[in-house]
Design a protein around this ligand. Sequence first.
Ligand code: S3P
Length: 424
Amino acid sequence: MLIKPIKKSINKKIEVPSDKSITHRALILSSIADGKSTIFNPLECYDTHNTLKCMEKLGARVDMGDKKIIVNGVKTWRSCSLDVGNSGTTIRLLAGLLSGFRGEKFILDGDESIRRRPMQRVIEPLELMGAVMKSNATKAPISIEGQALKGIDYSLKIPSAQVKSALLLAGLNASGKTTIQEPTLSRNHSELMLRAFGADIERVHDTIKLNPSVLKSTNINICGDISSVAFFLVLCACLKNSCLKIKNVGVNSTRTGIIEVMKRSGAKINFSNQKNDNGEVCADIEIESSELKPFHIVPSEVPLLIDEIPILCVLACFIEGVSIVEGCGELKHKESNRLSAIVEELKKLGANIEISGTMSDTIRINGQKTLKGGQKVLSNSDHRIAMSLAVALTLSNDGGEILGSGCVGVSYSNFFETLKVVSE
Ligand code: S3P
């Protein structure tokens, strides 16, 4: 995909696709709930399509409507092999859920990227609950023999919403209470939605307590994805005299780390028309470009903006001075090694960016307020790297080309169309 540089200011209103994390959870929870649930405004992309296909294969009845999906919960689970494609959320959450389906056998597998990603983080605590699983040296494919599980008291070793959610889904069918301690806060969509589906779940300080529960069907309304909005917030922030309005975006405080960082840096961002839907807060967002200063992200903030770090690295290139993202080693285990991918590709465009720290988990960007561009860059088959590079090239002096840009469909099918509308 060829990307032309933008040479003017922008003033636009845009809509962004619905939230990916929340859509995955809505599809999974409605499939195990008793009765018929309607999901309004689900995200349609490769990742959520894969979750939907998995739930259908397991026995859920799904009817597609106009901007809605009606799901009839599964009555009898079917042993089967499931393909999650590129979706880490699908494989990890389903590993937890399926471990507790006693007497049934499942295989979970996905694409090349999924087969490289660490699964021990879910296997280890699930085995403590009594799960019986085999893996390819801790990687996918994972085969599962469903068991009667028991609740455990577990402290998360990695601040991961996917691991937390896998344990909560396993805990639904386990005997006794499942208690999860979360030393560093991560996105809480599973906890909020489990409660909406009637689960017996509570949070006390940093601990989540879940009693085995039968879920009851409900309707879920899904708002825009802040992780997709992020690309356009950064684009607008780096253009002079520009303004962008985005309607109906999820602003759950476990997801708005990027807003906090940009505001600290001097960005003018406002929320209006806030609504609360089963604990998920939505708002219209408006950003006006302003003079920005370098930012420093500390490790405890990382889970609250984990998917936005590549685009924040692009932002840092357009701020004069040194910005730092500390303790982001988890990026090595995403759809690609996002830590090396973003650093290597931005270097090709002229960025002064490097990996540092004794654990090689810190990114240091010496921003020059400009990127030269004029090069071919690689998406690494990773949707968020492709979109971050598209914004970098749009802001660069000479533009350039992204090789392997089709992967944006993993989360944002019409990203390039929206980028074109915004840049016109
Ligand atoms: C997700 C959690 C995050 C995030 C991923 C989606 C989720 O992963 O990077 O894109 O929906 O729970 P981790 O929980 O593994 O950090």
